[in-house]
Structure formats: structure tokens, C-alpha cells
Design a binder for this molecule. Structure first.
Ligand SMILES: CC(C)(COP(=O)(O)OP(=O)(O)OC[C@H]1O[C@@H](n2cnc3c(N)ncnc32)[C@H](O)[C@@H]1OP(=O)(O)O)[C@@H](O)C(=O)NCCC(=O)NCCS
Length: 167
């Protein structure tokens, strides 16, 4: 399997894969594929990686710039991330997320934030903090991974693309 940045030829497959992966998720409002398209249009798709097996796109991850009140540095937001339903639970998501985080660190990001399941993301070192918030989302789902040891504090602001989501 290969992990590489998206090309224009991948865009349709990324949309289909994202829709299929999030469709059964109770926490999804169905906006994730559109968010990725909008991030790309806005110029806010900082990093978009795909996992391929024989030219088939099996997984995708997006990173975009975020700001955090009372916190300096170039922080990024992780997500949406998805693995095609029939390829889940084989380690593909873990490998892709690890590769994405490593690339963002090499690019000089201060760290990364996300809204997601603590059980899954703690394997990468993500944690929550009472001082880090995103709207009314319960704090344990608002997670960060610091690359330089700084603990982020304040409200997270994602790019406009995310305003279509219900969060
Ligand atoms: C989340 C996702 C990207 C993980 O990819 P994956 O390739 O299936 O993950 P891996 O095989 O690397 O790891 C599987 C592990 O993740 C856990 N996991 C997957 N989704 C989870 C979730 N929503 N909450 C908690 N744990 C989750 C599995 O239970 C499993 O745990 P284990 O390693 O302790 O057995 C994939 O399941 C997916 O596309 N889900 C639908 C879209 C989605 O929810 N995206 C993330 C939004 S935060």
C-alpha cells in the first residue's frame, strides 16, 4: 500500500469514500465530503493524503489550519479522516493518521487538534484539557497533540469550510 498526497484524479474517489465511511456513523451530519471540497476551494486543505492499493483509494485524511485563542503557533486540525468500510479495522487508519501527523510535524506545525473519540486517538498521544474548547462539544472529545510541548488553551476556530457542519 502507498500513502501519497492527493492528485486531481483522486477527488471523486475521496468524496465517495468519505460519504461511505461516515454514512453509518451516528455522530455524522453527512457534511464531511463537502467540507473537504470546500477546504480545497478555500485553499485551506493544508495536507490531503490518500492510501492506495493498486490505484484504488482506500483511505483519506485532511489537515487544515486552525487558530486557538490564547495559543500561539501554527496549529492544524485533523480531519475528516476515513477508511473505506470494507477495509476498516486492519490498521490502515492508524498508519495513515500516523503518517499525516509526522508530515505536519516536519512542516513545522506546533501541534494538531481534532474532535473525535478519545479511545481511538489516545494511541497517537492525543489528550483533552479543560481549557481547550470547540463550541459546545464536550471537552473529552476536543483533543490535542502538541509537537513542541505547548499546551493549547482557548477556543478552536476551524476554517469557514467547517461552518456547514452541525458542530
Ligand atoms: C475511524 C477510522 C478512520 C479508523 O480507521 P481503521 O482503519 O478502521 O482503524 P484501525 O484499523 O487503524 O484501528 C482500528 C481501531 O480503531 C477503533 N475505532 C475505530 N473507530 C472508532 C471510533 N469511532 N471510536 C473508537 N474507536 C474506534 C477500533 O475499535 C479499533 O480499535 P483497536 O485497535 O483497539 O482494536 C475508520 O473506522 C473510519 O473511517 N470510520 C468512519 C469515519 C469516521 O468515523 N472517521 C473519524 C471521525 S473522528
Amino acid at each position: 500500500m502507498e500513502i501519497r498526497p492527493e492528485t486531481p484524479q483522486d477527488i471523486f474517489a475521496i468524496r465517495e469514500l468519505t460519504e461511505a465511511a461516515f454514512a453509518p456513523m451516528p455522530y455524522s451530519d453527512g457534511s464531511e465530503a463537502q467540507i473537504i471540497d470546500r477546504l480545497r476551494e478555500e485553499g485551506n486543505l493544508t495536507l490531503s493524503l490518500v492510501t492506495l492499493d493498486q490505484d484504488q483509494v482506500l483511505a483519506h485524511i485532511a489537515f487544515s489550519p486552525v487558530t486557538i485563542d490564547r495559543t500561539q503557533g501554527n496549529w492544524c486540525g485533523l480531519g475528516p479522516v476515513s477508511v473505506a468500510p470494507s477495509w476498516q479495522k486492519q490498521g490502515i487508519g492508524t498508519t495513515l493518521i500516523g503518517e499525516g501527523l509526522s508530515r505536519m510535524k516536519k512542516r513545522g506545525a506546533a501541534g494538531c487538534v481534532l474532535i473525535g473519540a478519545p479511545d481511538f486517538y489516545q494511541r497517537f498521544g492525543f489528550q483533552s484539557d479543560p481549557a481547550l474548547s470547540y463550541g459546545n462539544v464536550p471537552r473529552q472529545f476536543v483533543q490535542f497533540l502538541s509537537f513542541d510541548g505547548v499546551i493549547p488553551k482557548g477556543a478552536i476556530r476551524y476554517p469557514p469550510a467547517f461552518e456547514i457542519s452541525g458542530a
